[in-house]
Design a protein around this ligand. Structure first.
Ligand code: DX5
Ligand code: ZN
Length: 216
């Protein structure tokens, strides 16, 4: 499988969201990455259901929803209704992660598990076979435009080993600080999905930048 690119809507222009959605629709991007923050799990608040429903209305590509919220199970059905194709919950926010994963899958979504920079990938060993996407945070979640944490390369390699060992089909998604200088090394370590916010929307030509991130 060739890798996927998921521009992060967090860095889009919310005063003219429709135009940025069309931009992604007409690019080589594969998914919309949608960051939901509650101000409790992370020190920032982003947006909620009205914005995601507006996205769903115009988006022609799957919505990859990344929940940076406490008690995500309470809202899984609502995110399904809002159009999520992939729903990722944080391992650090889920005391019953296996149940959370099954719940997401039973609702008809792909199950993602996001892990913070300090969390060891080995903690996924007993659920990796049930996971569709592992969202490896390469920054501390909460804000776009942060500096990439170099230890991520090593984590991607270790996660890839775990996935192979356990016969899992999980995709490895890298989230935070992905740019044109580090994406190739991430792919060579085993990354499957590249999230990019600032790199795409902060560039002069986002469509061209997405095309560049699709190049191997
Ligand atoms: C960070 C979010 C990321 C963020 C990525 O908390 O989960 O998805 O939007 O933005 P960049 O690519 O700008 O680091
Ligand atoms: Zn994210």
């Amino acid at each position: 499988m060739s890798h996927l690119v998921a521009p992060s809507v967090l860095s889009a222009n919310f005063a003219n969201l429709q135009s940025d959605i069309e931009l992604i629709n007409n690019s080589q991007a594969d998914w919309f990455h949608v960051d939901v923050m509650d101000g409790v799990f992370v020190p920032n608040i982003s947006f909620g259901f009205p914005v995601i429903k507006a996205l769903q209305k115009y988006a022609k590509k799957p919505l990859d929803v990344h929940l940076m919220i406490v008690e995500p199970d309470r809202y899984a059905q609502a995110f399904k209704d809002a159009g999520a194709a992939v729903l990722s919950v944080h391992i650090e926010a889920c005391p019953h992660l296996h149940r959370s994963i099954q719940n997401i899958k039973n609702l008809g979504m792909k199950a993602g598990v996001a892990i913070n920079p300090h969390t060891n990938v080995s903690l996924l060993a007993d659920v990796i076979a049930d996971i569709d996407v592992v969202c490896l945070m390469s920054v501390n979640p909460g804000f776009g435009g942060q500096k990439f944490i170099e230890n991520t390369y090593d984590k991607v390699i270790r996660l890839k080993q775990l996935i192979t060992e356990k016969n899992s089909k999980a995709l490895i998604e890298i989230d935070g600080g992905v740019d044109l200088n580090n994406y190739k090394k991430l792919l060579s370590c085993g990354a499957d999905v590249l999230v990019a916010g600032n790199t795409v929307f902060g560039s002069a030509n986002p469509v061209q930048t997405i095309a560049a991130l699709k190049t191997v």
